[in-house]
Design a binder for this molecule. Sequence first.
Ligand code: ADP
Ligand code: X2W
Length: 295
Amino acid sequence: MLKALEKAGILVEALPYIKKFSGKTVVIKYGGAAMVNDQLKEAVIMDVILMKLVGIHPVVVHGGGPEINGMLDRLGLKSHFIQGLRVTDEATMEVVEMVLAGKVNKEIVALIQRFGGKAVGLCGKDGGLIQAKKRFELVKNEAGARVPTDIGFVGDVVKIEPGLVRELADRGYIPVIAPIGVGENGESYNINADTAAGELAQALEAHKLVLLTDVEGILRDRQDKASLISSLRIDDVPALVEEGVISGGMIPKVTCCVEALQGGVGQTHIIDGRLPHSLLLEVFTDKGIGTMVLK
Ligand SMILES: Nc1ncnc2c1ncn2[C@@H]1O[C@H](COP(=O)(O)OP(=O)(O)O)[C@@H](O)[C@H]1O
Ligand SMILES: CC(=O)N[C@@H](CCC(=O)OP(=O)(O)O)C(=O)O
């Protein structure tokens, strides 16, 4: 049990951070891998609600990769990834949209409401929020050259229309956003949730972008927790990707941090969403956790 003085100390420690972030936007990417159990989900949601109550504008962008895999599995469809991105044919796109915009999005909204917050769920189609076009992923061929490769209905963000999100945030709501983009002809695009979060953070001129995931942060050696890279300069990122230290799902994460910083976002962090209240620790305490990617 914490003694009263210690509890007070914790609150006092939070004060400068509350003051610093009041009125500022913090984009939180809540990944499927960090949504593994209800207890953890509730802890994340409570942190987000607390942020809102002290005057910060949290915006949640969620993933749901494992949920999509589960549903594809039940339907007898295969999951296939290239460089961390799901190869998305028409049937897969239908499932992705149903799971992300239909199921996961509304579950998060309901949870926020249940714990006393106010939330509105959107996908990138609502109000033209995330406008996208087909992405051609650069993939190394046998000769080692990077060639543009068709991976189906995977989208690149063309434009973000952030007005609606700002209005909702100003009116006391926590916007919850599913990473589905809309094309010129109203077609849907599957956008990696980290990428969508990074783009939204830029468009909203966010103070901070926090990516919650299922590892401690960026590890130099994935078998060794002690090898956590606690701060990483953007200039050092390409070499770590080239060496294979950063691979798979970590590639879109670190790329989106780099782009967000270049696009004016103040701070970017990759933290462990499995650790209860990691978000709170990151935002309100002196104790840095996870990996901070910085300019
Ligand atoms: N250097 C690294 N450090 C930590 N994790 C890494 C690294 N390189 C690749 N990864 C992988 O990236 C994963 C996180 O990405 P992903 O599975 O897409 O998570 P999320 O669902 O949270 O977006 C980790 O679980 C790990 O398997
Ligand atoms: C193009 C692409 O890969 N889209 C992702 C979108 C969901 C996502 O990013 O979920 P996590 O954050 O839980 O990984 C997918 O289909 O899995």
